[in-house]
Design a protein. Sequence first.
Length: 260
Amino acid sequence: MPDGTASRPEKGASVRLDKVSFSYGETPLVFDVDFAAAKITAIMGPSGSGKSTLLNLIAGFEMPLSGRVLIGGADVSAEPPSARPVSMVFQENNLFAHLSVEQNVGLGRSPSLRLTEADQTAIAGALERTGLAGKERRLPRELSGGERQRVALARVLVRDRPVLLLDEPFASLGPALRDDMLDLIAAVHAERGMTVLFVTHQPEDARRIGQHVVFLDNGVVAATGRAEDFFAGAGPEVFRRYVGASARDAVSRDIARKRT
Ligand SMILES: Nc1ncnc2c1ncn2[C@@H]1O[C@H](COP(=O)(O)OP(=O)(O)OP(=O)(O)O)[C@@H](O)[C@H]1O
């Protein structure tokens, strides 16, 4: 092992969709793509291009019509979500409303909440890491939107799976809070080295923490590459057009906001 890498765990698993096809009844989606182990990949693309479906196929919430899903080289296509080495955080509704912060996080260790001392220690550590210490007994409704997403992240930390799927988890937060959350993801990734796939509509989010970009268009992978190349203008035409359009949308949103 080269010098300097010994302390950084590389526990992330590679994720591969091998000619995976899927359909909700109309146009088929076909994914043939590799996600590098232990990297952060931003999944981008226009609305309806298949980003959430791609994550759902990896997590096992949707099953391919044909093709295989491989995680760490193992074929998990027939495995239910609970047996796959992944955790997923959604845009909202990640928490059980009637359970406390501590219990919601504890579910990441034991679905029956029969928690050992080691589990309790892990939960306390994750709450500390996500800035939630002192809020253990609160219910989700007693938290802000950002805090609720932190609880979901804390649960991911105690599960400690090699693959983390994020489906726009910070989309409803304001820009400053979103940046804080992205920085938290990047810091946790630096500590643990898991594979992170995150869906985002915001090019600035991808630029902030993405190492790779997978760009979807119309149900297929239209382009893949290193984030720095994509954002240095060397990205494919389809990506540049999309980012240009997003930037124009952001400017018009800004203008509309100032008018009101
Ligand atoms: N439950 C469903 N039933 C039928 N069609 C669906 C369902 N979920 C998604 N679709 C369709 O499948 C396609 C891909 O949807 P998907 O949600 O994966 O796209 P997306 O890129 O995540 O979109 P967005 O950015 O708007 O969240 C779209 O055409 C969508 O209308």
